[in-house]
Design a protein around this ligand. Structure first.
Ligand SMILES: [Zn+2]
Length: 232
């Protein structure tokens, strides 16, 4: 895979340096370049970094977004390092080449405000937790409207369980977010099945899911029936 066979992997005007996956040769000093060496394409000519006047730059592997952004901003000359991924069939960013002084300054800046960024992350976490609580509270209200006989603490437990961030349970689906009644009804039924019928015990005893569901159907219906009516 020769770099010159490809368009620049980046639409921006970044200088691009290739972390090569196949041997090449500098067109100027004829220095051999091995897999893992950096190469710059000047037009169609592969150059080693020295011949490309980029060898004073230092390599900063990707991973720290703030540091990368700052180091590039502080660097008069910088380049994006990419490597061709055979499995994905495209170039992927590996890091950047920046001036050493710029990297030093960026590191200082990041140290200076790491506390601040820490606090911001914490704030963000609290805000998300609050949203979760709001979501769980409105879900609880919907559940109690649908199942007035459902004990409030159980409704709350189902809502909390269902709204856990990123859990992939129904509360995080668009249906759950919209507090769609079907999704919540399904969550209540699932909870009732586990908690108020021998379903789990049957599964432990080797029943298949279908067999266990058949066996507990009447018990489950009775629970749901009583929850659909107002508690006496
Ligand atoms: Zn060279």
């Amino acid at each position: 895979m020769k770099p010159e066979e490809h368009q620049s992997p980046s639409e921006t005007k970044d200088l691009v340096v290739f972390d090569i996956v196949r041997e090449s040769k500098c067109a100027e000093c004829l220095h051999e370049l091995w897999k893992g060496d950096f190469l710059f394409m000047e037009g169609r000519r592969p150059l080693c970094l020295r011949c490309a006047d980029l060898d004073h730059l230092v390599y900063l592997p990707r991973g720290d977004t703030a540091l990368t952004r700052r180091a590039r901003k502080r660097s008069a000359l910088s380049a994006v390092v990419v490597r061709f991924s055979r499995s994905r069939g495209r170039y992927e960013r590996q890091g950047v080449l920046v001036e050493e002084a710029a990297l030093d300054r960026a590191e200082e800046e990041c140290r200076a405000d790491s506390d601040q960024r820490c606090a911001k992350r914490e704030q963000n976490r609290l805000r998300l937790a609050e949203q979760d609580r709001d979501l769980a509270a409105s879900m609880t209200a919907v559940i109690i409207r649908l199942f007035p006989g459902c004990p409030p603490e159980e409704a709350r437990a189902v809502a909390a369980h269902t709204s856990v961030r990123g859990s992939g349970r129904v509360g995080r689906t668009s249906a759950g977010r919209a507090l769609e009644e079907d999704a919540l009804t399904a969550a209540v039924i699932a909870a009732a099945r586990h908690k108020h019928t021998p379903y789990d015990r049957l599964l432990m005893r080797g029943y298949s899911r279908g067999e266990a569901r058949n066996a507990i159907r009447d018990a489950l219906d009775r629970v749901l029936e009583s929850w659909r009516c107002l508690a006496s």
